[in-house]
Design a protein around this ligand. Sequence first.
Ligand SMILES: [Zn+2]
Length: 297
Amino acid sequence: MNRRGLVGLAGVLAGAMVLLGAAGVRAQGKLSPKWEELTAADFRLGVQQSKGTCLLPFGILEKHGPHLPLGTDLLNVRYASLQAVAQEYAVVFPEYYFGQIFEAKHEPGTVAYSLELQLKLLQETTDEMARNGCKKILIVNGHGGNEHLLPLFGQAQMDKPHDYVVYVLDGERSKPGGPAKKSTGIDYHAGENETSNAMVSRPDLVHLDRAASESGADQKRVNLPEDVYTGIWWYARFPNHYSGDGSVATKELGEWNMKNWIEAIVEAIRAAKADDQSQKIQNEFYEKSRHPLDTRP
Ligand SMILES: [Zn+2]
């Protein structure tokens, strides 16, 4: 065999080895969606497969009535997110629970980081995700106390140029049409809905027999017009960190809620993957914001 033949053969062999390597990855089954379970090389494939779309499921550590675990929001949001990515692949960031929860600081087990750290950690987390190829970051919110923090964070991305887009998906919402609810009052926290959801995500951690041992009733201790906001509103109404009645929860309602939540996450992942406008428009905005006097209608 002449030299050229050898070089040619080496090329073919190298090509075959690359193919075998790729086949080897595929032969081992589907890529895990979990960031921490991927090897460095598989992470590269995962980011490619997800088209740069990555999930940041956002939980918290706080009291959930007398009957649910402190990590209920984290457990539920990760359950829904992991079910969703089984339908529409995306890389999922590890456990994240560094959110806004000052209103539960009086209860055991709450971990409430300062507002500065919440914002800084979230920014550095999304920056690091993007540096690793996650150019579309879908924050899946699992905690009601983040409902002001996350839109603020999203808006704050306009301050400085970013080569990635942050999308925020609201927490689970009960939709009409499912199993009839048994409780009639307000059901904000550890009540019928959330307890039902936990009966799906982690039934082994639900202590239904304890759910009626505290009151989740609205104590209505502050009377202000609806359009006036005050930070003590939550504690004034639900000082036990319990809102609703978890004792009447059912797995059927949980399955209905989870199904709707999972569908919403799948829809959001697909929308983010298909979105080729947000980054372009962000870039236009960042460029114009460098010299506002040149901006004309
Ligand atoms: Zn919760």
